[in-house]
Write a protein that binds this ligand. Structure first.
Ligand SMILES: NC(=O)c1ccc[n+]([C@@H]2O[C@H](COP(=O)([O-])OP(=O)(O)OC[C@H]3O[C@@H](n4cnc5c(N)ncnc54)[C@H](OP(=O)(O)O)[C@@H]3O)[C@@H](O)[C@H]2O)c1
Length: 336
């Protein structure tokens, strides 16, 4: 089935989306964007929708809050074309809501409900299509969090629910309270963690995987050759994979991606995305970009055909990345 120029894929619960989504986080946060990038970022969202992208990904934590405002403004008048996904629960940097104690992850029912109202307001919409818990709160039973998300569905504020970076056990417990449509986890040539049990669980339960940072936060595209290519306030400067020796050793991994891409006649970014897409029809990557040229390049990945031989070669030569994908606190919040 086609939608614009892009094929569609099905996540859980029959939710159909363009086979590649658009990550909006870096449009005004984390990756060195400035106010001057805003116009191009909005044009990128518009062009994505014209090309058949439907899944737009944001979160209240991005900015915080300003990324939802940017996305909300960009989709005004285009709401019907969008499968709008946002997230709550990661409260680092978000001002405490009165009565809710400060912690880095918050999955309490009252926080879920207050966050949803805030997101609806900033996005300027009357419902969210896919609402994720951004990280699992170790201090709140997942049944309580998902119970609140279920109430949001019943209230018509949310259509589908999802989890991010959740463990197989948590996914099962959540799914027993309310059907989970998608789990969003980092998945790329250099982040293969979902293969350690999560993908298997999702397939058993009929839940889709939304693959975030499928370009390795840009690194796998080959466009970043030195830490100096990143703005002084770029989040990636604090990521172990981008630091010191790890950066240099990971460049060797990128050289392998570049070489295979060259032989296939595609760009490294397209190879990286095509690899994610080849791992199953139930997987939808959400590469992030704030530029129309890169959007078009990335959407070109949908037409890249990797043969079983290509996939075997990639698997045999590509080692995993050197260095954790988050700092110490971020690592503790994973697989919750
Ligand atoms: N659930 C979670 O915890 C979580 C965590 C991280 C991200 N996410 C979501 O996933 C989305 C995607 O992940 P991500 O943005 O972290 O990483 P990504 O998609 O792997 O990479 C994005 C970076 O790559 C650059 N880029 C994009 N296309 C390129 C191309 N063709 N050639 C060269 N560079 C290219 C972008 O720069 P330009 O913008 O300058 O093109 C940006 O810096 C985010 O936007 C966010 O919505 C979720």
């Amino acid at each position: 089935m086609t939608n614009g120029t892009l094929q569609t894929r099905r996540l859980g619960q029959g939710l159909e989306v363009g086979s590649i989504g658009l990550g909006c986080m870096g449009m005004n946060w984390a990756y060195g964007a400035t106010e001057a990038d805003k116009g191009e970022a909005i044009a990128t969202i518009h062009q994505a929708l014209e090309r058949g992208v439907t899944l737009l990904d944001t979160a209240d934590a991005y900015g915080p809050h300003t990324n939802e405002e940017l996305v909300g403004g960009a989709i005004r008048g285009r709401r019907e074309q969008v499968v709008l996904a946002t997230k709550f629960g990661l409260v680092r940097g978000i001002k405490a809501i009165p009565g809710v104690s400060a912690q880095t992850v918050n999955g309490r029912p009252e926080y879920a409900k207050a966050s949803c109202d805030g997101s609806l307001r900033r996005l300027g919409v009357d419902h969210i299509d896919l609402y994720y818990l951004h990280r699992v709160d170790p201090n709140t039973p997942i049944e309580d969090t998902v119970g609140a998300m279920k109430e949001l569905v019943e209230a018509g504020k949310v259509r589908h629910i999802g989890l991010s970076e959740a463990s197989p056990e948590t996914i099962r417990r959540a799914h027993a309270v309310h059907p989970v449509t998608a789990v969003q986890s980092e998945y790329s040539l250099w982040s293969r963690e979902p293969e350690d049990g999560v993908l298997e669980t999702l397939r058993e339960l009929g839940i889709g995987l939304v693959a975030y940072s499928p370009l390795g936060r840009g690194f796998l595209s080959g466009a970043i050759k030195s830490v100096d290519d990143l703005a002084p306030d770029d989040y990636r400067r604090t990521s172990p994979r981008f630091m010191g020796d790890n950066f240099q050793r990971n460049l060797e991994l990128v050289a392998v991606v570049e070489e295979i891409a060259r032989r296939k006649g595609v760009t490294p970014a397209q190879l990286a995305l095509a690899w994610v897409m080849a791992q199953g029809d139930d997987i939808v990557p959400i590469p992030g970009t704030r530029r129309r040229t890169r959007l078009d390049e990335n959407l070109g990945a949908a037409a890249v055909d990797l043969t079983p031989g290509d996939l075997e070669e990639i698997a045999s030569v590509l080692p995993r990345a050197v260095g954790d994908r988050y700092g110490e606190i971020g690592m503790r919040e994973l697989n919750g």
